[in-house]
Design a protein. Sequence first.
Length: 270
Amino acid sequence: LYFVLLFASVIMLGPFLWQFFSSLKPQGHMFTKGLSLFARDDSNKILMTLDNYREVFHELKFLLYFWNTFLVASVNIFLNIFLNSLAGYAFARIRFPGRDTIFRLLLATMMVPGTVLLIPQVYIIKNLGLYNQLGALILPFIMSIYNVFMMRQFFYSIPISVEESALIDGATRFQVFTRIAMPLVKPALVTLGIMTFIWNYNNYLWPLVVINDKLKYTISLGMGQLITVGQTKAHLMIAASIIVSIPSILVFLIFQKQIVSGIMAGSVKE
């Protein structure tokens, strides 16, 4: 079993290791025959340099792009956690006419490809006056049907007797939601927040369509500047991709236990 896991780890980590060591190669030695991790001169001496990273920071406004990206991601995380949890709680606990039918219709919309909705969404954003604004990267993604479904399943895993006791004591439904239900699904909230962050951090197509001002570029659009017509700056793209991947790796390393516990908690239904 350990041998199989080790073999799988090498397969998965291999491209990342090649990417990292390639980012340290001089430009003229970026692509060589074979899968050598290191660039070597004629005397077989290993060549390593940080020039690619220096050139990336010279070409791109990384701090500005990171700020725009984290601003959009932070607002989306807050709104997604609150609104998706609110909707998921309503579908799990509140009985109202047509609840199950409405929920099934919402789930059916998950079958519609996102690219089909691209043009209508752009039209709406332009009519709202949000085109070329950071708000255009927030409004279409403040809710997700998948996240509503996920939170609904998490709330189902909470014993309803706890909430009924609070309602009998005079608490309102919103107080039960904020003071009892939400604290009990913290692993789910962490999972939802991480998923929202990763989605906004990696989103490229939508910002490419609605953002033209370079001062409002996200990190994915900033990296896209390295691709020009007839020319791709591969050495810079590899170095930039290493820099861009660091936040995602840190998020996973910090919250991996919460991610696993959140997934396990949502697998049980009352």
